[in-house]
Design a protein around this ligand. Structure first.
Ligand code: TRP
Ligand code: ZN
Length: 883
């Protein structure tokens, strides 16, 4: 099938299912290659569906064994079965029971969707459309059913058998060496939340008592022998559950909550009801194998999946266009959790860095789409930064606009009103409109309009009148499918800061008591009165809206914010803005006057003197310059990645030299004493120390190499060891090669550490890196079938290594294209994700752009592309941004 023929699914075509499935009994007899699935579906016509419609069940690569209606086996004339569907033209008009028997081969399932094997264990992944790879079904999120699952397996092969809901019974299957377990989930759910697991697994557990006093058995299952590496995840789960009770009043609703870690997984984790399945990199952690960042990710993802129990499972999505209803909201909830557990400003900066690096990038690319898309060819391609991250920003803006109390009241109403239903974005927004009496229709445009708005602000100070005016204008560039844009409702949290830090007592009636100005027209002005001296505006505090900001302030005034703003986010932002100005002009002009760099360096030095000690994590963020990818985005077109790389290296060198004494001081005094702890404060000290090491090395590679080699030897944890190795990778020579080799040998049997080792090497910004990456593909630990391995080595090369992926000779592009094609035959989802690395191709200078287009065309022309890759490649190539 040619890829262009894949049908387009449209939001406007939504109609309810013609049939409903009230309950499902699933009997699964696990076998490596011939797993038997018997589904008994209690069905009835949907009163809101069409009354004359045939029954059409979804399937995917299924092998049908038998169909029975109300216990009677159907003859071949009574149904039509193909791998993609099972049709019964004359389905009953009253309740009936359909029994469908299929056979599937989990060992041959390399797509990692449906039932597959990972490390010898059986597991499932059903979101978005994987359940149809297990049995024929109405595989759509608005069909909610009560599931009972009986799992049977060889006792030696799979001593542990897990399903959704609560355990009912288990026992031996007489005289066969097999055993079974029955699970029952009383909460009606869509098929994408179904899961089962069978295998040899180790277990850690504890009891959680909910706010109403019910005991829940929490357990995490991992590869035997790695149980102690699940302790942190278990602790994070307990904290998440407690937090959701306190912050949102949400209590858990089953007797057990199980998490299983698997090593072959397409995404981060999955919120299956009562049985979350995780990519093991987001469960397993020990000081020896995981970095501080790994610990933070584990905490966030454990929380994310747990929070889905209410935002996703109890209230699910009517259709896949509503994906942000669960994902955006749940990301918002996990961000709030992490902010409460750690440092709010530090976490906010991290969120915004990700948002800009991933979502802003996506939004300026040919793949730009609304938070709620209106059409898709392949839904897997819409699990994007826009749906997740921008989706979370919309929820955050709503909270900013209506305030904390009304936000909580609106959430309560939403949970109460929509519990047990498959809901829409409208249902969500209406809950807030109803509790506040506000008209939120203009605000809701954030779900519909794609592209990142640009807000331009000009300031005017009238000394005589003592007034200060801010003129705002906004515009959103055209994006695919949306040539014309409307103004957005943008919450601007703002304040004025004086040059010496003394309070500014100015008034403005357009700014509410929480410091919010709602900017919802193409242009608007606000005026402060009683302004006795020229202030510096602090705009979009806490990054109050996902927009790009153009501000006409000189560097010196921005640096006043770094020193005096009470909003930590904007202090960081001020330094970033100045750094970005220096970086882009250095990249374009090739040189920079000493005094501009000097002014910035000395501002950084005094910042460090004043603040580094008291908030090291924040200081480390301030000292980290925008990345090369950030720079490319800022430059926007005709990007030359070599010039970008040179500019960043040069500015790091000059800042490193200017701040050297302080860096060395912190490097020495912050050395970790005592046992490792992953808490935010300790992690913050390590991050400042390693940021110092990085800048010291930029200023003086020889000295840096010595420090890094010593640190590599003495490190007591993976954070410090990896930081040292990372610094060493920037210094070519035998010391680096030896360090790389030794690290690789030391962690030979730790795939998740080998992933980090792959990533570091793939990111080396030197000409030999492509050869190195190709060489590493031969490493015994590498496998094209394992998403973590592929992403660490090849994904990192394409996404992190700006200079080498975007080589002027096009070899980086050709390489990625060939890997995408090879991967597509095994795992289309993975291939399509890799392919999104091309989303920057249009902003490159001419030669690179031509090479990239050629590589994309070579993919496009390949016959039998998956729908996943076919969709991404054709959208990537579509001419113009406004089609
Ligand atoms: N719902 C999952 C999450 O929040 C996302 C997910 C996991 C997924 N695995 C997937 C989506 C496979 C598509 C395909 O975080
Ligand atoms: Zn999610």
């Amino acid at each position: 099938m040619r890829t262009e023929t894949a049908p387009i699914v449209r939001l406007e075509d939504y109609r309810p299912s013609d049939f409903l499935i009230d309950s499902v009994e699933l009997d699964v007899k696990l076998h490596p290659t011939e797993t038997r699935v018997t589904a008994t579906l209690v069905m009835r016509p949907n009163p809101t569906g069409r009354s004359d419609a045939p029954l059409v069940l979804d399937g995917d690569e299924l092998n049908l064994k038998s169909v029975a209606l109300d216990g009677r086996i159907l003859s071949d004339e009574e149904f039509e079965a193909v791998p993609q569907s099972l049709t019964i033209p004359q389905a009953p008009r009253q309740p009936f029971t359909l029994t469908v028997e299929t056979e599937i081969n989990p060992t041959a399932n390399t797509k990692l969707m449906g039932l597959y094997r990972s490390g010898g264990n059986y597991c499932t992944q059903c979101e978005a459309e994987g359940f149809r790879r297990i049995t024929y079904f109405l595989d759509r999120p608005d069909v909610l059913s009560v599931y009972t699952t009986r799992i049977e397996a060889d006792r030696d092969e799979a001593p542990v058998l897990l399903g959704n809901g609560n355990p009912v019974e288990n026992g031996p299957v007489d005289g066969s060496g097999r055993h079974y377990a029955v699970w029952h989930d009383p909460h009606p759910k869509p098929s994408y939340l179904f899961a089962l697991v069978g295998g040899r697994l180790g277990r850690v557990s504890k009891t959680f008592t909910t706010m109403s006093g019910r005991d829940v058995d929490l357990a995490i299952y991992v590869e035997p022998g790695k149980e102690d590496r699940a302790d942190y995840a278990l602790d994070a789960l307990e904290r998440s559950m407690r937090w959701d009770e306190k912050a949102f009043g949400r209590e858990y609703d089953l007797d057990v909550f199980n998490i299983v870690a698997v090593s072959d997984f397409n995404m981060g984790a999955m919120e299956n009801k009562g049985l979350n399945i995780f990519n093991d990199k987001y469960v397993l952690a020990s000081p020896e194998t995981a970095t501080d960042m790994d610990y933070a990710h584990i905490e966030a993802i454990i929380a994310h999946e747990y929070f889905h129990n209410w935002s996703g499972n109890r209230i699910t999505c009517r259709d896949w266009f509503q994906l942000c209803l669960k994902e955006g909201l749940t990301v918002f909830r996990d961000q709030e959790f992490s902010s409460d557990e750690r440092s709010r400003p530090v976490h906010r900066i991290a969120e915004v860095k990700t948002l800009r690096a991933r979502q802003f990038l996506e939004d300026s690319s040919p793949l730009s789409h609304p938070v709620r898309p209106t059409q898709y060819r392949e839904i897997n391609n819409f699990y994007t930064a826009t749906v997740y991250e921008k989706g979370a920003e919309i929820v955050r803006m709503l909270k900013t606009i209506i305030g904390d109390e009304d936000f909580r009241r609106g959430m309560d109403l939403y949970f109460e009103r929509c519990d047990g239903t498959a809901a829409t974005v409208e249902d969500f927004v209406n809950a807030f409109a109803d509790v506040t009496g506000r008209d939120l229709s203009h605000f809701a445009r954030w779900y519909e309009q794609s592209g990142t708005p640009r807000v331009t602000v000009k300031s005017h100070y009238d000394v005589a009148a003592q007034t200060y005016r801010l003129d705002f204008t906004q515009s959103t560039p055209p994006t695919p499918g949306q040539a014309k844009k409307e103004p957005m409702a943008i919450p601007v949290v703002l304040g004025l800061v004086s040059h010496d830090g003394s309070p500014v007592n100015a008034a403005c009636d357009r700014v509410n008591e929480r410091g919010v100005f709602l900017f919802d027209k193409p242009a608007d002005s606000i005026t402060f009165t009683g302004v006795t001296s020229l202030p510096v505006p602090s705009l979009f505090r806490g990054f109050s809206a996902p927009v790009r900001i153009s501000l006409d302030l000189p560097n010196e005034e921005l640096l006043v914010l770094l020193r005096h703003d009470r909003d930590a986010f904007n202090r960081w932002q001020a330094a970033q803005t100045v750094a970005m100005r220096l970086l882009t002009s250095l990249s374009k002009e090739g040189s920079l006057a000493d005094d501009t760099v000097g002014a910035f360096s000395s501002a950084l030095c005094s910042f460090i003197d004043r603040d580094a000690e008291s908030d090291p994590a924040f200081a480390a963020l301030v000292m980290t310059l925008p990345s090369e990818a950030d720079m490319a985005q800022e430059i926007g077109n005709d990007v030359n990645p070599d010039a970008v790389h040179r500019a960043r290296t040069e500015l790091r060198r000059r800042i490193g030299q200017a701040c050297r004494k302080r860096m060395q001081h912190f490097y020495e005094t912050l050395a970790d004493l005592g046992p490792y702890s992953p808490d935010a404060a300790s992690a913050g000290r390590r991050s400042l120390r390693n940021a110092c090491l990085d800048l010291l090395t930029a200023a003086d590679p020889q000295a840096g190499e010595a420090f890094a080699l010593a640190q590599l030897d003495s490190a007591t944890n993976m954070t410090d060891r990896l930081a040292a190795l990372s610094v060493l990778t920037t210094i070519p020579g035998p010391a680096r090669e030896e360090a790389i080799t030794r690290f690789g040998e030391r962690y030979r049997n730790e795939p998740l550490v080998i992933d980090k080792w792959f990533t570091l090497q793939a990111a080396i910004p030197e000409d030999g890196t492509l050869e190195r990456v190709k060489g590493l593909m031969e490493h015994p630990a590498f496998s094209l079938g394992n998403p973590n391995r592929v992403r660490s080595l090849i994904g990192s090369f394409a996404m992190l290594n700006q200079v080498q992926f975007n080589r002027a000779d096009g070899a980086g592009y050709q390489f990625l294209a060939s890997i995408v094609l090879r991967t597509d035959e095994l795992n289309p989802q993975l291939a399509a994700r890799l392919l999104t690395a091309f989303s920057t191709w249009r902003m490159m200078e001419n030669t690179r752009r031509e090479h990239a287009e050629k590589a994309l065309r070579s993919i496009e022309q390949k016959p039998n592309l998956s729908r996943d890759v076919g969709d991404i490649v054709s959208r990537s190539l579509e001419a113009g941004q406004s089609k």
